[in-house]
Design a protein around this ligand. Structure first.
Ligand code: TRP
Length: 329
């Protein structure tokens, strides 16, 4: 046995099939981190119900998210991949943490402000205390680091505040978790404007067919100033060029930039190369996902076994928490 690894926790919403923005922005890094940390990766279904969702589709979405994560390389024998609601201690700890969280702290959360704008008809208390459940997710395992994109830094910072407050009131119990910046680079969607996301429908799903991916890429926004094939383009402001940098060979990247600037290639010429490379890179992922879909009992089993592993730690933490709170055990 080598030296004890630091513990890592991160969560992902059960959106079902993940997209290349999730993959490039987060999952690819998650896979690399498996060797460096003791990793817990959680599909956060209880977070997902804070906004309106389709009940009938939810079970499949949770499973599909798991399938995609495993297919992308999160080997469930080397990390603990599990579903949040399978470990009820998450919500139990969240209740306790509610009592050490200031309302004012939750009111200034950017994501809460944004989401309450987007879902005006359903600004529920769960949406408000979402960051408290997130803090519970993390500190339940006494995680040291949390790999997240920039939009989650504020939540991780709040988790630290909550841990600190609990420790101050009841005695040292939780380490203060640090964020580990993953989202480099930030992946912009096919609209060339917003972060790639399912809700904006500007994404390429990792399991989509080659044909659909071509349809999407061929319609994707490029340099907006380039009106026709004859205008020289500016790769630096073209989102397709950013994707090239992730998927194409150095030679292809240079060629695309040069031919774009000289207007000797049209956008479609450049997009065809990008398409070929994206499709190629997704091949093994699709194949693995297909195998898993055909053996879904295995996926169910893995999720169950991993939830058991998490739960063992979760129970220990909750016992310690109850004791610290002076609650009769
Ligand atoms: N809020 C995170 C997101 O939307 C998901 C999440 C839930 C999370 N719990 C977490 C991320 C704990 C990191 C750690 O992306």
């Amino acid at each position: 046995m080598g030296k004890k690894l630091k513990r890592l926790f991160s969560g992902i919403q059960p959106t079902g099939e993940i997209h290349i923005g999730n993959y490039q922005g987060a999952i690819k890094q998650w896979v690399k981190l498996i060797d460096k940390y003791e990793c817990f990766y959680c599909i956060v279904d209880y977070h997902a119900i804070t906004i309106e969702y389709n009940v009938r589709e939810m079970p499949d979405k949770i499973l599909k998210t798991a399938v995609c994560l495993i297919a992308c390389g999160l080997n469930p024998e080397k990390c603990v991949l599990f579903v949040q609601s399978h470990v009820p201690e998450h919500t139990e700890l969240a209740w306790v943490l509610n009592t050490v969280t200031a309302i004012g702290d939750l009111q200034r959360m950017t994501q809460f402000k944004e989401k309450s704008q987007q879902h005006k008809g359903n600004v529920n208390v769960g949406l408000f205390t979402y960051p408290v459940l997130q803090a519970a997710d993390i500190i339940l395992y006494k995680a040291d680091v949390v790999p997240v994109g920039e939009d989650q830094f504020q939540h991780v910072e709040l988790s630290r505040r909550i841990a600190r407050k609990f420790n101050a009131l009841y005695g040292k119990t939780f380490p203060e978790p640090q964020h580990l910046s993953t989202e480099s680079p930030r992946i912009i969607g096919l609209d060339g404007q917003y972060k790639m996301s399912k809700s904006r429908n500007n994404y390429i799903g990792i399991l989509e067919s080659d044909e659909i991916i071509w349809e999407k890429i061929s319609r994707a926004v490029t340099d907006p100033a380039r009106k026709t094939k004859k205008d020289p383009g500016n790769p630096e402001i073209c989102n397709m060029y950013s994707l090239h940098k992730l998927y194409s060979s150095r030679e292809e990247i240079e060629n695309s930039a040069e031919n774009c600037k000289k207007a000797s290639w049209g956008c479609l010429d450049c997009k065809r190369i990008l398409w070929k490379n994206i499709v190629e890179s997704l091949k093994p992922i699709k194949q693995k996902a297909n195998e898993l879909e055909n053996n879904i009992d295995y996926v169910h089993n893995i999720l169950k076994e991993n939830a058991d592993k998490s739960r063992k730690i979760a129970k220990e933490t909750m016992n310690e928490v109850r004791e610290k709170l002076g609650i009769l055990i």
